[in-house]
Each structure stands twice: as structure tokens, then as C-alpha cells.
Design a protein around this ligand. Structure first.
Ligand code: NAD
Length: 492
């Protein structure tokens, strides 16, 4: 596939229903990670600019809050159609600025569209409940109301999907919404907001503000911002959770991850290998639900070690616009260097390199940030490699004698985003569902990603919430013989 590069743009902000050139003094290059080419310049908007955007969103709130829910969702129906019509164009932008393959970009947009579809059900979902005679002659009613101006701060790895985890629900509920996307990938949302502009939403209901830490801090400190949604790394999630909480705001902060899969000897090894390879190396491992550590039990050790190394070695790495490519580049040269140094550290700590993806050569990608899949065997339990989120195409293997020992390995992780088990044993599957310490559980599933109509949150250092609901988790099952997903069941 050939893609014509767009002209170099200065990314504008979208405030009060208008595109505005930023007055920022600081700007940052947006770089195509496959080619090293500078494709745009993004403003690091300052406090005054962000405050003006918040004021406009606040001014739009009273009228929007009084708009009936049925009317509030009409622009979302238009948005769904516009996203469908422009899916290929948006996917090309994602690949251009993030590096993932065109197929992966299209897949994340499908998830974005599903969230818009689900938010169209707000007139039902937002209903409260009531009970007569809670005391003699007294009835009680619970009503859901919007909060006011709410904001989301999002990461680089899903530029098309993650903003739509929040935007459609926030505005359908009657809030006005501000998005601060990752400054590394601002172009996808720039185009998405051009589409939002065509939906007939009143000015100020949705705002796009580009920037970095200063923009985030302004959102966190401004009294008119009532709630913050964040997705990104754990250190920043902790910071945002603390600062938003100290300022009396609601906050839901999704952090980083270190996801484990346990492979039992009774697993269908061919299926397990394929699915775990997709999970570990899809999106070049830059996915918060990617498998990072595979714990093999008993005889699974040697079969799985050989098959996963072979599968990883066969992946075609390159520019995601090329339709034969299965894995794209790493987001920045700095991230690539960090991953390489973690691999170095792992080998010094005693792990054996079964497949070394460093020093990858990719034809035509000499200036890109390419790494090939890497597989390390026998990482020591207390090593940096066992504990640190790598966020790259690196799979570490460890071995356990039984399921107890394997579960103990998961228990010691600081993170709890996802855990998966590959087995054909119903008893082992039930025990895993019951005991595995993570918010998203996969049985014969490599990426236990939630459908839009299920909640998504990790446990431990993968999620921080100022007003957490009941601890919940989702479980995805796959019937091992056919590979068919059987259902999605939350624990009671
Ligand atoms: P990041 O934490 O560096 O950045 C996320 C956002 O925070 C960006 O918009 C950025 O501008 C802002 N930010 C960065 N540093 C900041 C600071 N010091 N103060 C205020 N704001 C700051 O994350 P990233 O590198 O863009 O994304 C990768 C991370 O996101 C990984 O750790 C991954 O696991 C995590 N992630 C988690 C989920 C989830 O659902 N749990 C989903 C996707 C990604």
C-alpha cells in the first residue's frame, strides 16, 4: 500500500467550536516512528490557553446539561457514521504517527466505533432507580446527573480508541468534555475532531487541547474541571490520582502493566503459541494487555519454549503501511533504547536469549525505531526484567513445577492488569478465574480486552480511582478446540 504523506502541519486546538492556532511558545515534533520523518509540530499549550478552553467548556455546560438525553445522542449517531466512512483514512493517520500496522489501526478504530454505539444507549443506561416506603410514607429515588466539565488525558499507544473510551459517554451524560491526547500522536484526534465538528454538537461541548505536563497540570488544578480520566504509565497515573484527589476531583486513572500467561501441559500448544505470540508481539508489545511473561508448567516448558521462539522469529517487521508487515516500530528512539537496555540487564541477571531482536535491519526503515521480537528464557524471579514493564516486543519465559508455584509468581507482581491461562482443564480454569490477581482474566485468550459494554479496570498498580466502585473483573473464555469465544462473565 502506498501512502502520501500529508504536508507538515502545525496542529491546532479545537476550542469553543473553532479551530485555533495555538499561542504556545513551546512546540514538539511529531515523528513517524517507521521513517524518522517529522510529520507535524504540536503545541505544548500553556496555562492561559488551557484555562480559556476550560472556561468555554464551562460556559457550554448549562445548556448542554438541560438538553434531553435523546437529543444529546443524535450527534453520536452521526459520529458513528462519519467514523465508519473515514475509517481507512483515520487508520492511515494512526499508522503514520504511531507505527502500528494498518490492520491494527483499523481494529482499534472498530473498538472506538463500538464505544460510540454503546454510548447511544445512554437514555437507558443513565436511568436511576427508586423504592417506595423506605420508611413510613417516604420513598427514595437515585438520579444520575452529569458533573460539569470533565477531561481525559490519553497515551500514545491507541490514539484512535482510548479517547473514545470517554468522550461519547461523557457528552451523552450531559457533561462537556476536554481531551488532552498524547503529544506524540496528536494527528488522529485532530482528524476525529474535524468529524466531530460536522455532527452538529454545540460549541464548547467537546474541546481538543494539545500539550504536555503544563496542560495536564492546568486541568488538574482548575476548579471548573470536575473529573479526570487518565490512561498511561503508572508513575503518571499515581501523580494524577494524587493531585486530582487533593483538588477534590473525581479521578479514574489506568496505569501500566506487566501481564502474565500461564501455560499448562494440557493446553493446545499450537493454539497457545499462536495466541500468545499475537499478544506479546502485536502492536510491537506496546499494549497494556500484552503478555510480557509466560510461566510454563511442567512439560509445557520445552514444547512451548521451542514453538514460541519459532513463531516469534517468523514475524515480518517493518513499516505498518506495508500490508505484508505483521509488526511495526517502537514509538521513539528513546523507548527503543530503554527496551534494549532492559534486555541487556536481563542477560546480565542470568536470562538466556533465545531470540535477540536488537540490531534489527528493516529494508527502507534505516531511520525507523525497529526492534524484532525477543524471547528470553529463565528470568530470575527477583530480577528487574521480571518486575519492570517493558512495553516492547519482548517475551520472558519462566518455569514452574505446578499451578500453585505459577500463581505465586503472578501474586508477587506489583501490577494487575491482565492474567491468562492456557489449559483444557475446567478445574484449573475455574481456580485461575477465582484466584489470579488481575482485573482482566483470559482463559485460552491472549488479550482479554473488554467489549465496550463491559467495564475495564486493572488491579494493584494498574488502576487508581478516587471513588472506586466494587472491585470487579471480567473473564473471557475460549473453547479450546474451536477457538470460539464462549462468553464474557464477570465474577459475582
Ligand atoms: P505516559 O504516562 O507517558 O503519558 C500518558 C499521558 O500523560 C500523555 O497524554 C502525556 O502527555 C501525559 N504525561 C506524561 N508525563 C506527564 C507528567 N509528568 N505530568 C503530567 N502529565 C504527563 O504514557 P505513554 O507512554 O503515552 O503510554 C504508555 C503507558 O500507558 C504504558 O505504561 C501502558 O501500560 C499504559 N497504558 C495503560 C492502559 C490501561 O488501560 N491500563 C492502556 C494503554 C496504555
Amino acid at each position: 500500500m502506498t501512502v502520501t504523506a500529508p504536508p507538515l502541519t502545525k496542529v491546532p486546538n479545537y476550542i469553543n467550536g473553532q479551530w485555533q492556532d495555538s499561542t504556545a511558545h513551546e512546540w514538539q515534533d511529531v515523528v513517524n516512528p517507521a521513517t524518522g520523518e517529522v510529520i507535524a509540530s504540536v503545541p505544548l499549550s500553556d496555562t492561559t490557553e488551557v484555562s480559556n478552553a476550560i472556561d468555554a467548556a464551562s460556559a457550554a455546560y448549562p445548556a448542554w446539561r438541560r438538553t434531553p438525553p435523546e437529543d444529546r445522542i443524535q450527534p453520536l449517531f452521526k459520529l458513528k457514521q462519519l467514523l465508519e466512512d473515514h475509517q481507512d483514512e483515520l487508520a492511515r493517520i494512526i499508522t503514520h504517527e504511531n507505527g502500528k500496522t494498518f490492520a491494527e489501526s483499523k481494529a482499534e478504530l472498530r473498538r472506538a466505533i463500538e464505544n460510540v454505539e454503546v454510548a447511544c444507549g445512554i437514555p437507558m443506561m443513565m436511568q436511576g432507580y427508586n423504592l417506595e416506603d423506605v420508611a413510613r410514607g417516604i420513598d427514595e429515588t437515585m438520579i444520575r446527573q452529569p458533573l460539569g466539565v470533565v477531561a481525559a488525558i490519553t497515551p500514545f499507544n491507541f490514539p484512535g480508541m482510548i479517547p473514545f473510551w470517554f468522550l461519547p459517554y461523557a457528552i451523552a451524560c450531559g457533561n462537556t468534555f476536554i481531551l488532552k491526547p498524547s503529544e506524540r500522536v496528536p494527528l488522529t484526534m485532530r482528524r476525529a475532531f474535524e468529524l466531530l465538528d460536522q455532527t452538529g454538537l454545540p460549541a464548547g461541548v467537546v474541546t481538543l487541547i494539545n500539550g504536555g505536563k503544563t496542560a495536564v497540570d492546568t486541568l488538574l488544578d482548575h476548579p471548573k474541571v470536575r473529573a479526570i480520566s487518565f490512561v498511561g504509565s503508572t508513575p503518571v497515573a499515581k501523580y494524577i490520582y494524587a493531585r486530582a484527589g487533593a483538588n477534590g476531583k473525581r479521578a479514574q486513572c489506568q496505569g501500566g502493566a506487566k501481564n502474565h500467561v500461564i501455560v499448562l501441559p494440557d493446553a493446545d500448544m499450537k493454539m497457545a503459541t499462536q495466541i500468545i505470540s499475537d499478544s506479546a508481539f502485536g502492536c510491537a508489545g506496546q499494549r497494556c494487555l500484552a503478555v510480557s511473561v509466560a510461566v510454563t508448567v511442567g512439560e509445557a516448558q520445552s514444547t512451548f519454549r521451542d514453538s514460541i521462539t519459532e513463531a516469534a522469529a517468523s514475524l515480518r517487521v517493518g513499516n505498518g503501511v506495508d500490508k505484508d508487515v505483521q509488526m511495526g516500530p517502537i514509538i521513539t528512539p528513546q523507548s527503543k533504547a530503554r527496551i534494549e537496555s532492559l534486555i541487556d540487564r536481563g542477560t546480565h541477571e542470568g536470562a538466556k536469549l533465545l531470540l535477540d531482536g536488537r540490531h534489527a535491519t528493516v529494508t527502507g526503515g534505516e531511520r525507523g525505531n525497529f526492534l524484532k521480537p525477543t524471547v528470553l528464557d529463565g528470568i530470575p524471579r527477583n530480577s528487574d526484567l521480571a518486575d519492570t514493564e517493558i512495553f516492547g516486543p519482548v517475551l520472558s519465559l519462566v518455569h514452574a513445577s505446578n499451578l500453585d508455584e505459577a500463581l505465586a509468581f503472578l501474586e508477587r507482581s506489583a501490577y494487575g492488569n491482565q492474567a491468562s491461562l492456557f489449559t483444557s482443564s475446567g478445574a484449573a480454569a475455574r481456580r485461575f478465574r477465582y484466584e489470579a490477581p488481575a482485573g482482566n482474566i483470559g482463559i485460552n485468550i491472549g488479550v482479554a480486552a473488554p467489549m465496550a459494554y463491559f467495564p475495564f479496570s486493572g488491579w494493584k498498580d494498574s488502576f487508581f480511582a478516587a471513588r472506586p466502585g466494587p472491585r470487579c473483573r471480567r473473564v473471557l473464555y475460549r473453547e479450546e478446540s474451536s477457538g470460539r469465544t464462549l462468553g464474557v462473565r464477570p465474577l459475582p
